[in-house]
Ligand binder design. Structure first.
Ligand code: BGC
Length: 325
């Protein structure tokens, strides 16, 4: 599954050489691949970078595959299910990458498989280094394809947990904006932490509402400002300024707001620095952004998926298409 980054309409399926054994030790049979907004942006020509010296990029960063070949001592064996980690450290490692926290890279020269500078996992066979492969707990099976998005939310919540230790904090209620897969994953992880979870989206009814309610969380259709309760945590997953501002108005004093959605630069910059300043300073609030996930978040995510209800997780997979279509 390839695309010429920067050129809309170039996404398609083509024959590419088998991955080179020198690239990475594990040879994997691709089983499933999740597609998200980032893939859509790459296909639209708005994001993505091919590997140096190449025109096309193999896309796909939400992987799942079965190990075909694994060297002795790699910790993996043929038949194991694995997911490939997305980010790789920058070539001249910055202090964060050198310390193994490549998700906190200080430069823009990291690689991301299927997104920037490195081919992704959208092929029948792919390779991955054992250090960048995550084993899928037995029993999860094809639901392991949800691990990558789950890792991004595991990082978001991990950061909330760490920030919450700065002073008195009430682990009471949390609000998630939007009810797509990323939001639903944020809600699942909040429920697992014991928060009273609220989710706001525009849809009045349908699978999103059902999935939220199946978690025992409260679903609100409409504007976040109207949910009727204040919250200690907001996880913003829409990347829409108006939605984020409404949700911020429900954030309690001392609350933590996490941004996971990315706002578009066009049509106009959307900034309200005065309101932001008055709330954050006068009400001890924290606003932070998070992207990608470090090794420990992949492991936390695997744990979170293993303890979730498999039939609920299956509900997140809305349709399947073969690679050939
Ligand atoms: C991926 C992350 C990546 C981010 C920015 C997201 O869709 O899940 O792994 O860091 O895009 O490229």
């Amino acid at each position: 599954m390839t695309v010429v980054p920067g050129q809309k309409g170039t996404a398609g399926v083509e024959e590419v050489p088998d991955p080179d054994a020198q690239d990475a030790a594990l040879l994997v049979r691709g089983m499933a691949l999740g597609l998200c907004g980032t893939d859509h942006e790459i296909a639209e020509g708005a994001y993505g970078t091919p590997p140096s010296g190449e025109e096309r990029l193999i896309i796909g960063h939400e992987s799942l595959g079965e190990v075909l070949e694994a060297p002795a001592g790699s910790g993996f064996a043929p038949g194991d299910l694995v997911v490939g980690i997305v980010r790789r450290p920058d070539p001249v490692p910055c202090p964060a990458c050198a310390g193994g926290e490549w998700d906190m890279c200080r430069t823009d020269s990291f690689g991301e498989r299927g997104i920037v500078r490195l081919h992704g996992y959208g092929s029948e066979r792919w390779r991955v280094e054992p250090d960048f492969a995550v084993p899928i707990p037995s029993g999860l099976g094809e639901l392991g394809v949800l691990l990558e998005p789950a890792s991004v939310l595991a990082k978001a919540w991990d950061q909330v947990d760490r920030i919450s230790q700065r002073a008195f904090f009430l682990r009471g209620r949390a609000l998630v904006t939007g009810a797509g897969p990323i939001s639903l994953m944020a809600c699942l992880l909040g429920v697992q932490r014991g928060y009273e979870m609220h989710v706001v989206d525009l849809a009045l009814a349908g699978p999103k509402r059902d999935l939220v309610e199946d978690l025992g969380a409260r679903y609100h259709a409409g504007d976040a400002v109207d949910i009727g309760v204040d919250v200690d945590v907001v996880i913003e997953c829409t990347g829409l300024g108006a939605v984020g501002r409404s949700a911020a108005r429900r954030l309690a004093s001392g609350g933590i707001m996490c941004l996971t959605g990315i706002m578009n630069l066009s049509p106009a910059l959307d900034v309200d620095a005065t309101t932001l300043n008055r709330n954050m300073v006068l009400r001890n609030q924290v606003l932070f952004g998070t992207v990608n996930a470090g090794r420990r978040h992949w492991e936390q995510a695997a744990q979170a998926l293993a303890t979730a209800d498999p039939s609920w997780l299956r509900g997140l997979i809305t349709r399947r298409v073969p690679l050939t279509s």
